[in-house]
Design a protein around this ligand. Sequence first.
Ligand code: NAG
Ligand code: NAG
Ligand code: NAG
Ligand code: NAG
Ligand code: NAG
Ligand code: NAG
Ligand code: NAG
Ligand code: NAG
Ligand code: NAG
Ligand code: NAG
Length: 493
Amino acid sequence: MRCLGLLLVLSPLFFAVSDGDGDHGALVKLKAALVGPGGSGLGDWAAASPDHCSFSGVTCDEDSHVVALNVSFVHLNGSLPPEIGLLRHLVNLTVSCAGLGGSLPVELAALPSLRLLNISNNNFSGEFPKVEPGGFPALEVIDAYNNNISGPLPLGLAAAPLLRYLHLGGNFFSGVIPEAYSDIPNLEYLGLNGNSLTGRVPPSLSRLSKLKEMYIGHFNVYEGGIPREFGRLSSLVRLDMAGCGLSGTLPASLGQLKRLDSLFLHINRLSGSIPPELGGLSQLEFLDFSINELTGEIPESFAELKELKLLNLFMNHLQGIVPPFIGELPSLVKLELWENNFSSELPESLGMNGRLVTLDVASNRITGTIPPDLCAGGRLERLVLMDNGLVGPIPEKLGGCKSLTRVRLGKNSLNGSIPAGLFDLPSNDMLELNDNNLSSELPTVIAGDKLRMLILSNNSITGSIPPAISNLPALERLELNMNRRSVVSRHCP
Ligand SMILES: *[C@@H]1O[C@H](CO)[C@@H](O)[C@H](O)[C@H]1NC(C)=O
Ligand SMILES: *[C@@H]1O[C@H](CO)[C@@H](O)[C@H](O)[C@H]1NC(C)=O
Ligand SMILES: *[C@@H]1O[C@H](CO)[C@@H](O)[C@H](O)[C@H]1NC(C)=O
Ligand SMILES: *[C@@H]1O[C@H](CO)[C@@H](O)[C@H](O)[C@H]1NC(C)=O
Ligand SMILES: *[C@@H]1O[C@H](CO)[C@@H](O)[C@H](O)[C@H]1NC(C)=O
Ligand SMILES: *[C@@H]1O[C@H](CO)[C@@H](O)[C@H](O)[C@H]1NC(C)=O
Ligand SMILES: *[C@@H]1O[C@H](CO)[C@@H](O)[C@H](O)[C@H]1NC(C)=O
Ligand SMILES: *[C@@H]1O[C@H](CO)[C@@H](O)[C@H](O)[C@H]1NC(C)=O
Ligand SMILES: *[C@@H]1O[C@H](CO)[C@@H](O)[C@H](O)[C@H]1NC(C)=O
Ligand SMILES: *[C@@H]1O[C@H](CO)[C@@H](O)[C@H](O)[C@H]1NC(C)=O
């Protein structure tokens, strides 16, 4: 009896071992659906070929069960059929960038070992299948980014007990973020960006104590503002709530996010002043509050943001000084403060950190002279200081700044001569110095294969136009009118 029992148990396995309990047949059925009408691909997935474990993209365990399937970057343009549910041992399913469409089969949720599901960058559409209780029992990672899935965010996914990575961004999901998403115990990554979500951002999301990355902005249009409770997300490294209609003020509690390296809140309707508490974000590298309605000054506490690489505050209603400590930030790469109401001088030490690549403070009320060491690191590319009250000369050192790609210093009160080197920069696209009181003659060497715009009108430039100008290969716009002797004009022969 015992022997018989053993035999009975073993026999189905024994007979099926060569095709992994029917996985061979399942793959052949899958292929028929994955490869769309008129399409090609999966050429070696042949019914006649007995060893399905050698099919491209297929990984088997020692019993010839398919444990991983990766058909990314193969142009298939079919759909993912219910037969996927036959691959009972599947652990990893990656069908990213494969041109697949149609709706997702509900059978995915019943796969008992499925840990990773990557269906990103396809054309899957319709609603996300309803996940019954007990669905996706082993799922840890789902990446459905950039598809055409619509309807409400799937509630059932929140009950997948092992889920840690949930990316549903770049789809057409609508409605609110379900409260249930606040109770996914192991969630580390939440991507809901680029959908059509509405309603309030649930304060309860602050219960996601392991959350490291949260991307919920872009195209979504929420009501209300940033929940104060988000200050409790103590594991958070990245917060992106840009471009999603947020109003209200910046919660001071965000300053408690000690691990945060990126805070993206640009393109919203945030108002009020910047809370000094944000100076507590000691790991912060990227701060973007641009295009909001913020008022007040840059807090003195920002002197503590020693890791800051990007500080974008453009298009707000900020005022006061550009604090001297900005020049001392050791890692600062990009500073954009344009279209605010900043006054006073730029920090003398700006650029001395050797890292500065972009400086744009256009359209403020900045006075004083241009700091001398902006290009100390030889990395400065964009220098935009136009429409301010700057005086004095253009620092001679800028003429040797070969990295420059754009120089816009117009509409100031700069005087003195123009550093000759500025006319001979290898990568510069625009030299705009109009509406100043710059004097001197133009240099004879005017080169630069990239120079597209040379705008020097309304200065006090004297002398004649160097013939070199006519040899600039990329030049599209030349404005030299309204200079001292009017020898120069764009209509010169
Ligand atoms: C599928 O792709 C093939 C080319 O590989 C193309 O000829 C066919 O029209 C496509 N079918 C659909 C439905 O897009
Ligand atoms: C599934 O993917 C994970 C992460 O990419 C990898 O570590 C693991 O080995 C894969 N498992 C199988 C069965 O291929
Ligand atoms: C899937 O296959 C593609 C193309 O061969 C490869 O680039 C990618 O790393 C693979 N992904 C996984 C998770 O194995
Ligand atoms: C989705 O399908 C359209 C045509 O229907 C195609 O142009 C587009 O590239 C596809 N997108 C992806 C991500 O496969
Ligand atoms: C899914 O696949 C895409 C394309 O191969 C890749 O860029 C992305 O990182 C993958 N997602 C996850 C969570 O591994
Ligand atoms: C996906 O959605 C986009 C935008 O609405 C649309 O242009 C495209 O045709 C859709 N693709 C499919 C295959 O439904
Ligand atoms: C700029 O600030 C000054 C006072 O410093 C104020 O008089 C002026 O109205 C402000 N301009 C704007 C556009 O906010
Ligand atoms: C520039 O203007 C200042 C006054 O604003 C004046 O003292 C200085 O001499 C001028 N420099 C030149 C070179 O004209
Ligand atoms: C010429 O530049 C000065 C200094 O910026 C400015 O005040 C003046 O309005 C400009 N003239 C014209 C006609 O634009
Ligand atoms: C421009 O500079 C010249 C001296 O180079 C001076 O005479 C003139 O007053 C200045 N113009 C303005 C508007 O500052």
